[in-house]
Design a protein around this ligand. Structure first.
Ligand code: FAD
Ligand code: SF4
Length: 505
């Protein structure tokens, strides 16, 4: 029994009408993990995904190509606050799992404790179910430590630094089958080694008789009274982004929305669902990095894109340290200056290693539809978070010098282009204005936070939208706090646990 892949094939095609048991909006970490559980339980499932379905051999090689082919709106979404920090998310079948580094970290127990304390959920029961699913996910998605021959020099240098500094650290566990260390994770793994959901759970839903709609942007969740009944939208030309035929998918049992922390709240708001906390508690782990310059070539793009991490500072002061290989054009984009000066600076490319801090920020913002239907994210770090952010960068600097870096390029406005090991205090006492720093938001949380109390949360501890029957959230939008570790595994575990409960109902 094989299902059907419906996609944009041209303008003027007839409207698409479908009826299934469950509709899942979005095919990323949350959506695909939920959909496969429902399909395995024997239900008819339609995954409706806004982006196109790309095969690994068609993935782009450059950042430009990734923005064109794998992101919506060329990745132009930024925080609207003092600092315009980019919000990085993919829009394609597989969602952001296609462009991420596939780092797998179990949800720490203290997250469930906090959700119990602050949001009234039964953390003991939820943690048990999430961890059971994480066991299964690790086996199905081949969670493996980065193999020695794929580590690359940058990751080895970072491990050496942590040993010298006495920090607990490790080579990463990632859902990658025998990584070849091509350093291309952020543009999609052309080798098909990374277990993004377009390669496993989405095809499995098809094989089990489900429907996958790609280039199909949901514009509205339909409802009768206070019961969700399905979704509607238009197929979209992936090149011109113009609207094609409309589609109407009726859900006999439920709609699960997994369109991401920035899009799920927008979809609910545009569909007319009223809830005071809708669009609130948007949070992130802002990621910021420093280049170390080494005497020997580092060749950061040889080896796993990300292969080393330390969680030694996760709780206090609150950041995770990681290596991150970025493509040459992104390195050039981070170097100041132009013309000959930029070319001269870029000559050091082979000697540069990029290491980052993902900050476990407490600050919360909002995600709301703008006047023209666009997504408006208001988010800014408060002073305690800026102090955390700054100390994360100082630790990255220390690690580079412990590993033998000749100098570092901090990329902080107001500081010299390069610093030596005697100048780390300039970072420790650096500005607290977010506009002085380069950062991105790639670990996103909230917007439809989970709480037992409908005045605090949009969904309950089963992902069900308070006050609406048949409507569930199954993605990062439901997570009410930051977690201090990479979020994919938590999102997948929660989505699977909630889908399983629905399948058993
Ligand atoms: C560069 C990068 C590296 C990362 N590395 C890691 C890592 O190594 N480990 C880790 O744990 N996390 C990592 N993350 C974060 C992780 O990938 C995300 O947290 C996770 O994928 C979010 O899952 P999600 O289901 O909430 O959303 P997504 O995976 O983003 O999926 C949402 C999907 O919904 C679709 N959609 C949106 N709106 C609509 C609509 N209206 N109609 C239909 N479909 C819609 C989107 O097109 C998208 O495909 C990384 C992120 C980035 C950007
Ligand atoms: S480093 Fe290369 S081979 Fe390994 S998962 Fe990333 S893209 Fe694939």
């Amino acid at each position: 029994m094989t299902g059907e892949h419906i996609t944009f094939t041209g303008f003027g095609e007839p409207a698409v009408h479908l009826t299934v048991d469950f509709v899942v909006v979005g095919s990323g970490a949350g959506g695909a993990s939920a959909a496969v559980i429902l399909a395995r339980a024997g239900y008819s499932v339609a995954i409706v995904e806004a982006g196109p379905w790309r095969a690994p051999e068609d993935y782009p090689s450059t950042t430009y190509g990734a923005m064109r082919d794998l992101f919506s709106d060329w990745g132009a979404l930024v925080t609207q606050s003092r600092a315009l920090w980019p919000i990085v998310q993919a829009s394609c079948v597989g969602g952001t799992t296609v462009v991420n580094s596939a780092i797998i970290v179990r949800t720490p127990g203290d997250c469930f404790d906090r959700w119990t304390r602050e949001y009234g959920i039964d953390g003991e029961s939820l943690s048990r179910r999430v961890w059971e699913h994480q066991d299964r996910l690790e086996s199905e998605l081949t969670a493996q430590v980065v193999p020695p021959d794929a580590r690359g020099y940058s990751n080895v240098l970072a491990m050496d630094a942590a040993e010298k500094l006495g920090w607990q650290s490790h080579y990463m566990v990632r859902s990658v089958t025998n990584c070849e260390g091509t350093g291309q994770c952020l543009q999609g793994c052309k080798k098909g080694r990374k277990q993004s959901t377009n390669l496993n759970y989405v095809p499995e839903v098809l094989q089990r008789g489900g429907v996958v709609m790609s280039c199909a942007k949901v514009e509205r969740i339909t409802s009768t009274g206070n019961t969700a009944t399905g979704v509607t939208g238009h197929l979209v030309d992936p090149v011109s982004r113009k609207k094609g035929s409309p589609f109407f998918v009726r859900a006999k049992r439920a709609v699960m929305v997994a369109a991401s922390a920035t899009q799920t709240p927008i979809l609910l708001a545009k569909s007319g669902f009223k809830s005071k906390p809708l669009g609130t508690l948007f949070r992130a782990h802002p990621g910021t990095g420093i280049f170390g310059v080494y005497d020997n070539p580092v060749d950061q793009n040889v080896g796993a894109t990300q292969g080393w991490a330390s969680t030694a500072f996760r709780v206090d002061p609150g950041f995770k340290l990681e290596t991150l290989a970025i493509p040459p054009e992104m390195v050039a984009g981070r170097l100041p200056g132009g013309g000959r000066e930029l070319v001269r600076r870029f000559r050091e490319y082979r000697h540069i290693a990029m290491w980052v801090a993902a900050v476990r920020a407490e600050s919360a913002g909002t995600v709301k539809p703008g006047l023209f239907g666009n997504t408006v994210v208001r988010y800014q770090l408060d002073e305690p978070d800026m102090r955390r952010f700054r100390s994360g960068l100082a630790m990255v600097a220390k690690a580079h010098f412990a590993a033998g870096a000749r100098e570092i390029i901090p990329g902080i406005f107001g500081l010299p282009y390069k610093l030596n090991s005697d100048q780390i205090s300039l970072i420790e006492n650096g500005p607290l204005d977010p506009r002085c720093y380069i950062a991105i938001l790639s670990h996103l949380f909230g917007g439809c936070p989970m709480s037992r109390d409908p005045s605090l949360g949009v969904v309950d501890e089963h992902g069900k939208v308070h006050g609406v029957d048949g409507l569930y959230v199954a993605d990062a939008a439901a997570i009410p706090t930051t977690i201090g570790v990479n979020p994919q595994h938590t999102i997948m575990g929660l989505a699977a646990a909630w889908a399983e409960r629905l399948a058993d109902a």
